[in-house]
Ligand binder design. Structure first.
Ligand code: BDR
Ligand code: CA
Length: 303
């Protein structure tokens, strides 16, 4: 079993990724940390808590983290996932507090706590929002992220246009300085940019099959995806989770990945160079049918 910490900003595709992770017996989800991204952090953390409760995992701790990026006073949010981040779909249940007794409450501290524990070198960190929490933890404990078994990151647009500016993908654009800190931390990086996630497209038949399942989880996820699919039918954040389960679905190359973190029109733009020290595996190819069937099989296991 692979121990994972998931850092996220739910977000509808984040919700699908959380569902895939907790429905997969190969993964031991130790904690979920949340960041300002799609919506402010108070909303993303509450959404993560309610999603995990819906998926039958009230035991997984959720920690709220950074409310703003490193360089900017305000979070860079978006409305692709609606005002509430989940397409206005009610999950039922009361919002519970997200801090967990026994662990430090802030997401960056929870991440550091796990990575500095004996488990740390076996922990895979899956990051599917702006990288502020990871960067804060690294700044506080230099060398921390290099302890992880790997960082699986959804972010960037390497050889294709961005989705928020012509140059940049949302997660890297929302906190480019944090992305720079993480990419230069000496960690083992597996990066899933728009190049590959733009192939993670759900089909009407796949969505109809999900909607036909009678479980509360499937009904809620299908309702969210029906809203989200009108704007962005791509299951971006499921990719770094799916790669832990079926690495053979993905192909790519290694190199030196860097991000333009300076304010300006190119901020958040990333490039893979073939000179210098290799710091990342960057994925660009996907077996889309394989991903969709893996997801269908796993989502059917949820309550
Ligand atoms: C990323 O941005 C967010 O809107 C999604 O949740 C995903 O993590 C895609 O660019
Ligand atoms: Ca996300």
């Amino acid at each position: 079993m692979t121990a994972v910490l998931i850092d996220c900003d739910p977000g509808i595709d984040d919700a699908l990724a959380l569902a895939l992770a907790v429905a997969s017996p190969e993964l031991d989800v130790r904690a979920v940390t949340c960041v300002a991204g799609n919506r402010p952090v108070a909303i993303t953390a509450a959404n993560a808590r309610r999603l995990l409760d819906l998926f039958g995992r009230p035991d997984i701790p959720v920690h709220a983290g950074a409310a703003r990026p490193l360089l900017y006073p305000q979070a860079r949010t978006n409305l692709v996932h609606g005002e509430d981040g989940l397409g206005g779909v009610s999950l039922g249940g009361d919002a519970r507090p997200v801090a967990t007794p026994g662990l430090a409450a802030h997401a960056a501290d929870a991440l550091a706590h796990l990575l500095l524990s004996p488990l740390g070198t076996d922990l895979t960190v899956v990051a599917m929002g702006p990288l502020t929490n990871l960067a804060l933890a690294e700044i506080r404990h230099p060398g921390l992220l290099a302890r992880a078994r790997s960082l699986h990151i959804m972010g960037g647009a390497a050889h294709c246009p961005g989705n928020v500016t012509p140059a940049a993908e949302f997660n890297f654009w929302a906190d480019p300085a944090a992305a720079h800190v993480v990419l230069t931390a000496g960690a083992k990086l597996e990066v899933f940019p728009l190049d590959v996630t733009s192939q993670a497209a759900m089909t009407p038949a796949w969505l109809a099959a999900l909607a036909a399942q009678p479980t509360r989880s499937a009904q809620a996820l299908a309702a969210m995806l029906a809203v989200y699919g009108e704007q962005d039918p791509l299951l971006h954040d499921a990719c770094p989770v799916a790669a832990l389960l079926r690495p053979q679905l993905f192909s790519g190359r290694t190199g030196r990945l860097e991000v333009d973190w300076r304010p300006g029109p190119d901020e958040g733009c990333c490039r893979l160079h073939q000179d210098g020290e290799v710091n990342a595996a960057l994925y660009t190819g996907l077996d889309t049918d394989g991903l969709l069937s893996l997801m269908a099989e796993r989502l059917a296991r949820l309550p």
